[in-house]
Design a protein around this ligand. Structure first.
Ligand SMILES: Cc1cc2nc3c(=O)[nH]c(=O)nc-3n(C[C@H](O)[C@H](O)[C@H](O)COP(=O)(O)OP(=O)(O)OC[C@H]3O[C@@H](n4cnc5c(N)ncnc54)[C@H](O)[C@@H]3O)c2cc1C
Ligand code: FES
Length: 252
């Protein structure tokens, strides 16, 4: 893991406040595993702390991130032009652990799709994808996955199931009862809590990528801790021991 100089080669608006950022790195990040992230320097001097972003795609020293504008850092980022230079630290964190099973279920909400994108690419047709977003326009975030027949929900009912994605997943879980399966999830904290309630009875193996706020991203500041059931060491760092955790080991 190194701090690598990077040049923006594309910063593209997708829809509403979603963008993709393509960076040419001056060196290799080495092997990047599904679930890992980078700490990106926001160009300019206004934002001091780096911001964490999942690796959306990476090959041949070209890194792609998908991001949602929520505050100052991402606002500045959205205005960065081509050829702007910056720094990328990564890859960081652990990764999704894929064990052999009959069924892989990947659940994402909104920008959570960025966190599971490389995982979906790895699993391909073996993955059943559930994607929840606000309206049908936001489905352009999963344009490159349509051939995998994702099951979608929109909160306004403009496409697919009307409601949240966990309600949609509920009927699928019911109809595939008894099958050996593994769930991977990335999205808002409320989504993971609802998922937990849904599968509590069967305690289906499930890993969740948590998007805690981070400061150093390196395990030094303890600014990203989350509580787990581990009695000896209940607090784990999302940047170091995570960002992927076993759903049954963390307290949401
Ligand atoms: C491992 C990891 C991977 C991530 N991957 C992505 C990604 O691929 N794409 C993406 O768009 N975002 C991702 N995030 C979240 C991203 O880091 C934040 O959206 C970003 O840091 C916000 O910076 P900002 O300066 O724009 O917002 P700030 O000005 O720092 O905050 C603006 C608002 O957003 C809230 N906020 C900031 N960070 C978070 C957070 N992590 N969770 C919930 N609320 C937050 C703040 O409380 C505040 O209300 C990831 C976070 C982690 C930890
Ligand atoms: S962000 Fe500093 S320890 Fe995780």
């Amino acid at each position: 893991m190194d701090d690598i100089e990077a040049t923006i080669i594309q910063n593209k608006h997708i829809v509403s406040n979603y963008y993709t950022l393509k960076l040419r790195l001056s060196g290799s990040m080495g092997r990047v595993l599904p679930g890992q992230f980078v700490m990106l320097k926001i160009p300019g001097n206004e934002v001091f702390l780096r911001r964490p972003f999942s690796v959306y795609a990476y090959s041949n020293n070209t890194l792609t991130l998908m991001y949602r504008v929520v505050g100052k850092g991402t606002e500045i980022l959205s205005k960065c032009p081509k050829n702007e230079r910056t720094l990328v630290l990564g890859p960081l964190g652990n990764a999704f652990r894929i064990r052999k099973t009959d069924k892989y279920i990947v659940v994402a909400g909104g920008i959570g799709i960025a966190g599971v994108h490389t995982l979906i690419k790895r699993l391909g047709k073996k993955a059943s994808i559930f994607y929840g977003c606000t309206n049908k326009e936001e489905l352009s975030l999963i344009n490159d996955m349509l051939h995998l027949n994702p099951m979608v929900s929109t909160l306004d009912g403009s496409c697919g199931f009307e409601g949240n994605v966990i309600a949609l997943l509920g009927s699928y879980i019911e109809s595939t009862k008894g099958e050996d399966r593994q769930i991977f999830v990335c999205g808002p904290a409320g989504m993971a809590r609802n998922l937990r309630k849904l599968i509590e009875k069967d305690r289906t193996p499930c890993q969740v990528l948590v998007e805690e706020r981070m400061a150093c991203g390196l395990g030094l500041c303890f600014g990203c801790v989350i509580k787990t059931i581990d009695e000896k060491e209940p607090y784990k760092r999302a940047c170091k021991e995570g960002p992927v955790f076993d759903l049954w080991e963390i307290l949401l």
